[in-house]
Every structure is written in C-alpha cells, then in structure tokens.
Design a protein around this ligand. Structure first.
Ligand code: AMP
Ligand code: ZN
Length: 109
C-alpha cells in the first residue's frame, strides 16, 4: 500500500535490517525501543489493524512468525503487544506485533 511505512520497509524502498524474515512476515528492531529487546513482527500483506484481520490463515502465519522470531532471538520470556486504533496507541496502520523482553519501559507503548 502506498504511503505505508511498513510496506515501504517490506518492499525495501526504505532500508532496514530484518531480524527475521520468512515468506509471510518480517521482523525489525523498533526505531524507538521501549525495552532491551523491542522487535516488531509485521505481516508482508498490508492489513491496517487487528480489526481488519479476518483471514484465519493469515492470523496463524503471524503467530508462526512470532514464534520463529523469538526462537531466532533466543527468547523464552517476552511480552507481546498489539495496539489497535489510535485511542489505544496505534500509530502505524499496518498490523504489527510488538515483542518486548528484558528491562521494560512501557509507559507510552
Ligand atoms: P504502534 O504505536 O503500536 O502503532 O507502534 C508503532 C511502532 O513502530 C512504534 O513503536 C515506533 O517506534 C515504530 N516505528 C515507526 N517507524 C519505524 C521504522 N521506520 N522502523 C522501525 N520502527 C518504527
Ligand atoms: Zn502497509
């Protein structure tokens, strides 16, 4: 989707280091980390938020991507967060799952 920062990262129009990638998701370090480890798992298919996610297969692919990302990072203890809607703190309207581990600073997550 045009004018979507995460689509631009996925399409490599904006450079970024992928912490993990498979055919369905990428994982990148958050630009403004709120924990020692703060990674975003982002489906390659543009879906604006959890409210627009209606495909169960796609949902499973995202969960698989989370599990593969934490495995690659060597994490067993971590927090996952999905902000949905601007009143709940969503700022990027391309669905993404925050993975947080280590010392947290989550006042403004
Ligand atoms: P949310 O508030 O749940 O929509 O989370 C959006 C997250 O994306 C925030 O934690 C931002 O720091 C992060 N973010 C925004 N732009 C980038 C970027 N170019 N690369 C990595 N993380 C980003
Ligand atoms: Zn997008």
């Amino acid at each position: 989707m045009e004018d979507c920062i995460f689509c631009k990262i996925i399409n490599k129009e904006i450079p970024s280091n992928f912490v993990y990638e498979n055919e369905d998701v990428i994982a990148i370090n958050d630009l403004n980390p709120k924990a020692e480890t703060h990674v975003l798992v982002i489906p390659k298919k543009h879906v604006a938020s959890l409210n627009e996610l209606n495909d169960e297969t796609e949902a499973l692919k995202i969960f698989k991507g989370i599990k593969e990302t934490v495995k690659k990072l060597g994490l067993t203890d971590y927090r996952t967060v999905i902000n949905t809607g601007k009143n709940a703190g969503q700022t990027v309207f391309h669905l993404h799952v925050h993975i947080l581990a280590g010392k947290l600073s989550i006042e403004n997550l």
